[in-house]
Design a protein around this ligand. Structure first.
Ligand SMILES: Nc1nc2c(ncn2[C@@H]2O[C@H](COP(=O)(O)OP(=O)(O)OP(=O)(O)O)[C@@H](O)[C@H]2O)c(=O)[nH]1
Length: 232
């Protein structure tokens, strides 16, 4: 059985740096490891490349020959890889089977994971070839410290604290939007589902939509729905 580690994460999160450090660590500790470049747009490597998708297809060639942009070109390259799993990849893998440890430095574009099944099929192919596969997901540490991205804050929400922190970090033009989002969020979080009316949610969403479209002129004040109902 071989072993494979897929290094994934957003663009610039440190995937290649991680692969390079891992390679140095293994070299220093006398362990064999092979790093594979799966990014058809990659140019420079700090580690020796054992296998390289650019031998199959490169982003530059695709952009030049098919007139595609960088994102469409990348999707094309990865779909080409998917079509060549049995030929190119299987052939390359024959050099690395028993007890070998392969680390795949993957491209970062989220569309490759969310829109097309390329990476899923890639993993399944490795598994069929008797590789034990795991993934390492890298994330920039600002996702933990930035209030707008810190999931913990949203799991145990303190709406006024969140609102104050958002306003502190964002420009004044976002204050109405922040307030509307926090009010919507509070309503969604704290009101039991069966007590909510779809029309109420739609009203809030339409107000947020106004705010996004018309900026400061939008009325993002949230109505008191109970009062509305009493009046009706
Ligand atoms: N401060 C800091 N910088 C880092 C760290 N890891 C990587 N970097 C820097 O972040 C930049 C991007 O790192 P890469 O390793 O190229 O990131 P990547 O995920 O491979 O990027 P793409 O392949 O373009 O998606 C480089 O300038 C690295 O030197 C880290 O742990 N801390």
């Amino acid at each position: 059985m071989g072993y494979a580690q897929l290094v994934i994460g957003p663009a610039g999160s440190g995937k290649s740096t991680y692969c390079s450090s891992l390679h140095q660590h293994c070299e220093a500790t006398g362990r064999a490891i092979h790093i594979v470049n799966l990014d058809p747009a990659a140019e420079n490597f700090d580690y020796p490349v054992a296998m390289d998708i650019r031998e199959l297809i490169s982003l530059d060639d695709v952009m030049e020959e098919l007139g595609l942009g960088p994102n469409g070109g990348l999707l094309y390259c990865m779909e080409h890889l998917e079509e060549n799993l049995d030929e190119w990849l299987s052939e390359e893998l024959e050099n690395y089977m028993e007890d070998d440890y392969l680390v795949f430095d993957c491209p970062g574009q989220i569309e490759l994971f969310s829109h097309v099944p390329v990476l899923k099929n890639f993993v399944e192919h490795l598994q069929r070839k008797n590789f034990n596969v795991c993934a390492v997901y890298l994330l920039d540490s600002q996702f933990i410290t930035d209030v707008t991205k810190d999931i913990e804050d949203y799991l145990n929400p303190e709406p006024q604290t969140l609102l104050a922190e958002l306003n502190q970090r964002m420009g004044p033009q976002f204050q109405k939007l922040n307030k509307a989002l926090i009010e919507l969020y509070s309503m969604v979080s704290f009101v039991p589902l069966d007590l909510r009316k779809e029309s109420s949610i739609q009203y809030v969403l339409s107000q947020i939509d106004n705010c996004i479209q018309f900026g400061e002129d939008a009325d993002v004040k949230i109505k008191d729905f109970d009062e509305d109902e009493d009046q009706d």
